[in-house]
Design a protein around this ligand. Sequence first.
Ligand code: PAF
Length: 278
Amino acid sequence: MQDFTTKTELVAYLSKIAKEKTIGFIPTMGALHQGHLSLIEESKEKCDITICSIFVNPTQFNNERDLVNYPNTINADLEKLEELSCNVVYIPAIEDLYENKETAKTFDFNSLTTSMEGKFRPGHFIGMATIVEKLFNIIQPTIAFFGQKDLQQLQIVKALVKQMKSTIKIEGMPTIREKNGLAKSSRNKLLSESAKKEAALIYSCLYYCKNNKKKGITELKYHIQNQFEQHKNLKLEYAEIVALNTMQPIEGWQRENENAICIAAYHSGVRLIDNIIL
Ligand code: PAF
């Protein structure tokens, strides 16, 4: 595996790759888990060259403590990437991507950013889009792979690529889960075993919605609130049923597979998000 810490070296390497070779790209913030690894595997299947970036992007953290506590497992990450025969890893320092104290850019993603993560993490998506655009411009991948666990992020990245008038294909990959249904996440590393067991409530609520769609949206949201009230270690931040194309809460069902139930909740100070398409 080739590793680069500067975009100059990476671009020089990429310029030597034959034009007809396809490039698969997986942007990450490290603390790699099975979810990330499934994206690498998919890229290895579909593309000639697979590139993974590891960069904890400061502009997408609206909470300083969250940034400071973000898990760093770089040596283990590199081992996992080697094992999967990832071709390239790019691990830049902040200065390589943000020059002269530059901050997040301004974007307009309409309704996609105003609900849920956009509402509770102000500035998060602007910071995320800023870094993803920079990485796309450096790497110019054929396909970029993102997890569906971050559903709102995935929809925004698709909109970003349209705004960039880019040909990059965005592939959303299924959420990988623990046996008890808890979505794999870098933040799970901050949870105790018992917290992980309790946090499986998030998935059981999502699953309940999938199986009880006919109860209607109001009833399903009420059910979730009720479940969280009975589990005092978990604090529900939001449970929203949204239209996939707008990411806005809906009062009536859209067509099959065009709705999503999205939950954000805290356990022992760790923020967890998950969703299912309905
Ligand atoms: O999903 C993430 O890990 C981050 O938001 C991303 C896409 C790597 C941008 O920093």
